[in-house]
Design a protein around this ligand. Structure first.
Ligand SMILES: [Zn+2]
Length: 407
C-alpha cells in the first residue's frame, strides 16, 4: 500500500502521513492503485459467492469487494463492520416522470447503518486506524460524518472527538452522542470546523475527514456494487450531490479500477450537482480555472452539501474528465421540490441528496441527458436525518377533496 500526493507535487513519500494532507502543498493524499491479478470473471464469481457466506467481512457490501482494498488489512478479523453497503437499486417512478427520464434508478446510500453514505468509507478508515494502533480518532463534520465515525469508532474501542459547525441537523448530533462521541462545537461553518480540528490534532489523533484516503477507498465500493447490480453493464449517467466531493472522487477511482480490470467496458458520464449557494466546484469548472477558489460563506438549505472549500476537488476534476462528465448547480427551491418527489416514490432522503434529482431534471431539460438514457441517481442521506425540514403541506388534491366534502 503506497501513498502519493493527489496534486501531485514533488514531496518525498517518506514525509507523507496517511491521515493528513500533503505537507508540501496541502492537497489530500491518495492511494497508488494496487489491483488484483485475478481475471474479471474470477472476481465476479468470488464476489457473488460471498453473498451466501455468514462471515461478517463477506456480508459487508464494502468488504465483499476487498480485493479492491489492497493493503488495508491482512486479517479479515481486524475488520470493523456494521454490515454496511448492500443498498438496493430502485426504479424511479414519480421521480422518473418528474425528471423526464424513462430509465431512472435510485441507489440510496442513506440506507446504510447510520443513515448516510459515510459508513462506506468509515468502515475502511476506522479499520485502518485500529490496525495502526490509534487510540483517538477525530473529524470535522456537518453531521453525517460525525454520526458514522462515532458508531464505527465505538465499535472498534476507539475514542471519538467530533468538531461541529454552528448549524447542524440535531438528529445527526443525537446519533454521535448516542455512540458516545465527544462533541466540540466550533463557531462558523464546516470549513471553520475543519480548520479548528486540524489545528488541534496532535500526533496521537488519527484524522478521519474525507481527506483520509482510506475513506475514499471504502466509498468506491458502492460503484462496484452498483455495476454488479446492473449486470456489469455501465449505465449512461451517474448523478450525485457534491459537497466535499469525496463521493465523486470515489466514483472516479472505482470506474478506473473496473475499466483496468475489465469488469466494465465503458464508463458512465458522471454529473455532480451542487447547491447554487454552495457551488465553488461548479464555478471553477464553468470558468475553466485551474484552481478552486473557496467560497467564503456558502448558503443553502441543504446542510450536508453546504461546503465552501471542498478538499477533494482535484480528484473530482479527474473523475469528470475521465467520464466526460459535468457539474451544475441548482437553487434551493428546486432541491426542496425534488425532495418532495423522492418522498412520493416511498424512498425519501435528506435535502442535500435531493440536489441530485433536481440536477438530473435540469440536465434532461438541457439535452445533456437523452430521453432514453439510463440514469442512476445517487442519494446519500436518510430522510430521518433532517426531521425538522419536512413541513406537512396539503396536497392540491386533498385540499379539493376537503372543500368538496364540506370540511
Ligand atoms: Zn503535494
Amino acid at each position: 500500500m503506497q501513498l502519493r500526493c493527489s496534486k501531485p507535487c514533488s514531496v518525498e513519500t517518506s514525509r507523507l502521513r496517511e491521515d493528513r494532507v500533503c505537507p508540501e502543498c496541502g492537497a489530500p493524499l491518495e492511494l497508488v492503485p494496487e489491483r488484483p491479478t485475478a481475471s474479471a470473471a474470477e472476481l465476479r464469481a468470488l464476489w457473488s459467492e460471498r453473498r451466501s457466506s455468514i462471515e461478517p467481512a463477506d456480508r459487508s457490501g464494502v468488504w465483499r469487494f476487498r480485493e479492491l482494498l489492497a493493503g488495508l488489512t491482512e486479517n479479515v478479523n481486524d475488520i470493523v463492520t456494521l454490515g454496511e453497503g448492500n443498498t438496493p437499486v430502485l426504479r424511479g417512478l414519480a421521480t422518473g416522470r418528474f425528471a423526464g427520464v424513462n430509465d431512472l434508478y435510485i441507489k440510496h446510500l442513506g440506507w446504510n447503518p447510520t443513515g448516510s453514505f459515510k459508513d462506506l468509507g468509515m468502515t475502511a478508515a476506522v479499520t485502518r486506524a485500529a490496525v495502526r494502533g490509534a487510540k483517538f480518532v477525530a473529524c470535522a463534520s456537518t453531521g453525517n460524518t460525525a454520526a458514522s465515525m462515532a458508531a464505527y469508532a465505538v465499535r472498534a474501542g476507539l475514542k471519538a472527538r467530533v468538531f461541529l459547525p454552528q448549524s447542524v441537523a440535531s438528529a445527526k448530533v443525537a446519533q454521535a452522542e448516542a455512540y458516545g462521541a465527544e462533541l466540540v462545537r466550533v463557531g462558523g461553518n464546516f470549513d471553520d470546523a475543519l480548520a479548528g480540528m486540524l489545528e488541534g490534532a496532535d500526533e496521537s489523533t488519527y484524522v478521519l475527514n474525507s481527506l483520509n484516503p482510506f475513506r475514499v477507498a471504502g466509498q468506491k465500493t458502492f460503484t462496484v456494487e452498483l455495476m454488479e447490480q446492473l449486470g456489469w453493464k455501465a449505465p449512461d449517467v451517474i448523478a450525485l450531490p457534491g459537497g466535499n466531493l469525496g463521493n465523486v472522487s470515489a466514483v472516479g477511482v472505482a470506474l478506473e479500477d473496473m475499466l483496468a480490470l475489465g469488469l466494465i467496458d465503458r464508463v458512465p458520464r458522471v454529473a455532480v450537482i451542487q447547491a447554487e449557494g454552495a457551488n465553488p466546484f461548479v464555478r471553477m469548472w464553468q470558468s475553466g480555472a485551474s484552481e478552486l477558489t473557496p467560497l467564503k460563506d456558502p448558503k443553502t438549505i441543504a446542510t450536508a452539501i453546504r461546503i465552501g472549500a471542498p478538499v477533494s476537488w482535484r480528484k473530482a476534476v479527474r473523475a469528470l474528465k475521465l467520464t466526460n462528465g459535468t457539474t451544475i448547480d441548482v437553487p434551493d427551491d428546486e432541491i426542496a421540490e425534488a425532495r418532495t418527489v423522492i418522498g412520493r416514490d416511498g424512498i425519501g432522503c435528506e435535502l442535500g441528496s435531493a440536489a441530485a434529482l433536481a440536477g438530473i431534471k435540469r440536465l434532461r431539460a438541457s439535452g445533456w441527458i437523452g430521453e432514453q438514457e439510463r440514469v442512476i441517481c445517487i442519494l446519500t442521506g436518510h430522510l430521518l436525518k433532517e426531521p425538522g425540514t419536512t413541513e406537512p403541506k396539503p396536497e392540491p388534491d386533498m385540499v379539493r377533496a376537503k372543500v368538496e366534502s364540506g370540511c
